[in-house]
Design a protein around this ligand. Structure first.
Ligand SMILES: Nc1nc2c(c(=O)[nH]1)N[C@H]1C(S)=C(S)[C@@H](COP(=O)(O)O)O[C@H]1N2
Ligand SMILES: [Mo]
Length: 538
């Protein structure tokens, strides 16, 4: 009989797979909704994704950034959804034949979610709740759907996990009486599938709506009035912009500022309970509140942040006006002992960075920042407090959502990325890039405006040169320097002749060192090499 109905059988298997996928969607949506109430970071996708990110080898992380750029997190979430859907489809097919097997897959998935959630930094025991509640609801959904698959036995006929061994065929659905399809056929399954989808959709939308409504942290951020700095940033000198149309603006608007971090869901930090602890190799342990920061003498300065994962010509750099407390004032109160040489700053989400103590105590104005371009820090950029240290790549200095400063020694402690193959120290390397025109652009022959940005934080850029094809290096015009800690724009008027041409740029820093042409990869301490583009002149 089975052999004569291959299509029906395939169809039922597909429906079983669909049952599994719907049950998984219900599990995730319900878990997400519960997580909004219990702990947002405890949502299973977020927690499992977080574990995955922390376990990702540096090469894969670099590949993800290179391939997906700042969409690497979206790529991860989509991949996880695909994998879960596949596993869930298998669970549905299994559950049709042996309920215990299918149910087992759901239980294991929920357990993985719960385990991931409870082991995330700063998680409490309640972090298991979203996955467990979601898993329970998912099990019910799977049970209901599988029991309504065409050919499934009526509930009255028994709910056994193991089919009757005396029967010649152990396959429960196909063994069902010919009349079984009448009561529990496709229509009944479709009805149950619609109800399940509705439950999943309601939970999903409910989670979103509730999430928005309870975003008290964003409300607190909006309500915050930043104090005026005791030492204001110098007004930007006229002429910091090169004037080349299409070049990156000198000040990066907060909304356009590159974002790099390991947080799948942005940490929601409550300002009233935020504390920063300064401890370790210090004469005196210190703890400050956010109010302490608001009441302190704050400074403002322009600093260009750069990511160590930025490739030659890349855009993982941004320039902003930061408002904050000099870290050296806090350290002066704590009094580091003579053997200390590093400060390990740690975020509420477990990320950490190792910064040389000297970089936090010298006159470069490393700060605990609370303001970015005259606004409270955006949540993505570390609200309420982050570190900003001129001259060092972000991974060794710019801890967002910072809650802890441990004064220690490089010999005794390692930071998040140092543990994953990156260098323990990360001074920013001199870089320059061409922003206008774009590579592979077509431009008209004659005078063409070339423009871009160069940076060498803590040293300053003193020259930029452009090379056309294999010609001599020619000096570009430098825009005014705002400070040695900010990037510097440049422009160059090129007398373009028809044909295909390569343009290359290099910068020289204030120590006289010319940016090297040697290409090295971003791992372990930042890329080098010169940026080239190819354009067609018509
Ligand atoms: N908590 C936390 N802070 C972090 C990171 C992180 O993953 N988590 N990444 C660092 C890195 S690698 C960089 S380049 C900067 C980027 O800061 P931005 O996202 O504000 O541009 O943040 C740093 N601070
Ligand atoms: Mo970075």
């Amino acid at each position: 009989m089975r052999a004569r109905r291959p299509h029906a059988k395939v169809g039922t298997t597909l429906l079983a797979a669909l049952a599994g996928v719907l049950a998984a969607a219900t599990t995730l949506a319900v878990a997400q909704l519960v997580a909004v109430v219990v702990a947002p970071q405890a949502a299973p996708l977020i927690a499992v994704g977080g574990v995955f990110i922390d376990a990702t080898p540096p090469a894969l992380k670099d590949f993800a950034i290179a391939t997906f750029g700042t969409n690497d997190k979206l790529a991860l979430l989509v991949s996880m959804a695909v994998v879960i859907a596949l596993v869930a489809a298998v669970a549905g097919v299994l559950a049709r034949r042996r309920w215990a097997l299918g149910a087992g897959v759901v239980v294991v998935l929920a357990a993985v979610g719960a385990a991931a959630a409870v082991t995330r930094p700063s998680a409490s025991a309640v972090a298991v709740v979203p996955s467990l509640v979601g898993g329970a609801v998912g099990l019910v959904a799977l049970r209901v759907l599988v029991s309504r698959l065409p050919g499934a036995r009526r509930a009255a006929e028994g709910d056994r996990d193991v089919p009757d061994r005396t029967a010649p065929d152990r396959d429960v659905p196909d063994r069902a009486a010919p009349g079984a399809d009448r009561g529990l056929g496709r229509r009944s399954f479709i009805a149950a599938a619609l109800v399940t989808s509705a439950v999943a959709a309601l939970a999903g939308v409910g989670g979103q709506v509730l999430g928005q409504a309870t975003r008290t942290v964003e409300a607190a951020r909006r309500a915050l009035r930043l104090p005026t700095a005791s030492r204001r940033a110098a007004a930007l000198p006229a002429g910091v912009e090169s004037g080349v149309v299409g070049a990156a603006p000198f000040v990066t608007p907060n909304g356009d500022f590159y974002r790099i971090d390991t947080a799948l869901a942005v940490p929601q930090v409550d300002v009233d309970s935020w504390r920063l602890r300064v401890h370790g190799l210090v004469e005196e342990e210190i703890e400050i509140s956010f109010q302490d920061l608001l009441d302190a003498d704050l400074i403002e300065s322009w600093v260009t942040l750069t990511c160590v994962s930025n490739v030659v010509g890349g855009d993982l750099a941004g320039n902003a006006k930061w408002l904050g407390l000099p870290v050296r004032e806090l350290l002066a109160r704590a009094r580091p002992t003579a053997d200390a040489d590093m400060v390990l700053s740690t975020s509420i989400d477990g990320f950490s960075a190792s910064t040389p103590l000297a970089a936090l105590t010298d006159d470069r104005d490393a700060m605990l920042a609370i303001g970015m371009n005259d606004e409270p820090l955006p949540a993505d950029h570390g609200f309420p407090v982050r570190m900003v240290v001129p001259g060092l790549y972000g991974y060794v200095s710019a801890t967002k959502w910072v809650v802890d400063l441990e004064v220690t020694r490089f010999a005794d402690a390692r930071a998040y990325w140092t543990d994953r193959g990156w260098s323990e120290k990360g001074p920013i390397k001199t870089a320059s890039r061409i922003e206008v025109p774009r590579s592979l652009d077509r431009v008209p022959a004659g005078q063409v405006a070339i423009g871009g940005t160069a940076w060498a934080q803590q040293r300053g850029v003193t020259a930029v040169e452009v090379q056309v094809d294999d010609g001599d290096w020619a000096a570009a015009t430098l825009a005014t320097e705002a400070s040695i800690d900010t990037w510097r724009q440049w422009s160059f008027v090129w007398d373009a002749t028809p044909g295909s041409h390569q343009l290359t740029v290099r910068a020289t820093d204030a120590t006289g060192e010319v940016q090297t042409a040697d290409r090295v990869d971003t791992v372990p301490d930042g890329a080098t090499g010169q940026h080239s583009i190819v354009v067609t002149v018509e």
